[in-house]
Design a protein around this ligand. Structure first.
Ligand code: ADP
Ligand code: MG
Length: 315
């Protein structure tokens, strides 16, 4: 199957938006940015075997490749509009492309995101997506504005995807819920927009909570204290791992795509209310401090140190 036939299989299925003047089919797309708004752009690449197990269903690869990008827009408090898709494929596998684009467009349609172009080449399986969205000037949620005394919050649950990866590597029991959290992360777009004007800083958790919160702390010139027993954990994670294993997965495992954000401590009720409206659970997990980096503490108050030797495959 020729490159153009593959592109045509994709083009036949995309939906469009009023602000797409010219989509797939020309040398470039023509797009109308709403007057007075900032264009927000993010790109993320998924490589087979690195960012998803080789046995991942094509539809799940499609979903995830867009989800991780939309998660970046969510973490900025931006509203998504368009995306482009660069596909490197080892062969002209039409069935794989059909499956992939089904999962990709399922998520795109759910958020009214139009696929407006891309590139299709032969090579190792790799998917690179760029998303475009909008934010009002001065309103984006950034990493560099956490303040001493802020509460640290996180959405959803942590450690599910990393737990699925451990199960997949070990063989044995493989929990379907944990695997779905690895394959089909939920970009927290409604929560991100709701947090504008409320959160001081925000990031999405892709490389592990402590690592990503450390980015916020470095950019903001502050430290953070995290209480391990406050980290939200799903029932499936609790059933599959003992407390020590679970804490390690929640604090250092990757691929959560939850939002971690800091908010002034006098806005706790407001955060709870906004999260309810957005339909996204949130948990208050710690506090921003003046310095000391990012430190995690166990229930009794002892400082916790990640077992790097045991979990370096997440590093
Ligand atoms: P060019 O040679 O001008 O770069 P291409 O042959 O790469 O054009 O692409 C033709 C059209 O198809 C362009 O509009 C491009 O954006 C679109 N396109 C190519 N690959 C993809 C893809 N994987 N997903 C969506 N659109 C694509
Ligand atoms: Mg091209």
């Amino acid at each position: 199957m020729a490159e153009f036939d593959l592109i045509d299989r994709i083009r036949r299925r995309v939906h469009t938006r009023d602000d797409v003047v010219l989509g797939i089919g020309d040398d470039a797309a023509l797009l109308r940015v709403p007057a007075g708004r900032l264009l927000v752009v993010a790109t993320d690449t998924l490589n087979a075997g690195v960012h998803f197990p080789e046995d991942t269903a094509p539809a799940d690869v499609g979903w995830k490749s867009l989800a991780v990008n939309l998660s970046d827009l969510a973490a900025m408090g931006a509203e998504p509009a368009w995306c482009s898709l660069s596909l490197s494929l080892p062969g002209d596998d039409a069935a794989w492309v059909d499956g992939f684009i089904e999962g990709f467009l399922e998520l795109a349609h759910a958020h009214d995101v139009a696929l407006i172009g891309g590139d299709t080449t032969r090579g190792p399986l790799s998917i690179s997506v760029t998303v475009h969205g909008f934010a009002a000037p001065g309103c984006a949620l950034r990493r560099d504005a956490a303040r001493v005394g802020d509460d640290v919050w996180v959405s959803g649950s942590l450690g599910d995807a990393a737990g699925a990866l451990v199960q997949w590597r070990d063989g044995g029991t493989r929990d379907a819920f944990l695997r779905s959290r690895l394959d089909r992360p939920t970009p927290r777009l409604a929560l991100g927009v709701a947090l504008i004007g409320v959160a001081n800083a925000c990031i999405d958790v892709s490389d592990g909570l402590l690592a990503d919160l450390a980015h916020v702390c470095r950019a903001s010139g502050v430290g953070a204290r995290i209480e391990l027993d406050r980290l939200p954990g799903s029932g499936a994670l609790r059933a599959a791992f003992d407390e020590a294993g679970r804490h390690a997965l929640q604090a250092t495992g990757g691929d959560d795509y939850e939002l971690c954000f800091t908010v002034s401590a006098d806005l706790r009720d407001e955060v709870e209310r906004l999260a309810r409206e957005a339909g996204t659970p949130v948990a208050r997990i710690g506090r921003i401090e003046a310095d000391g980096g990012v430190r995690a503490f166990e229930r009794g108050g002892a400082q916790w140190h990640p077992d790097r030797a045991g979990y370096q495959h997440f590093g």
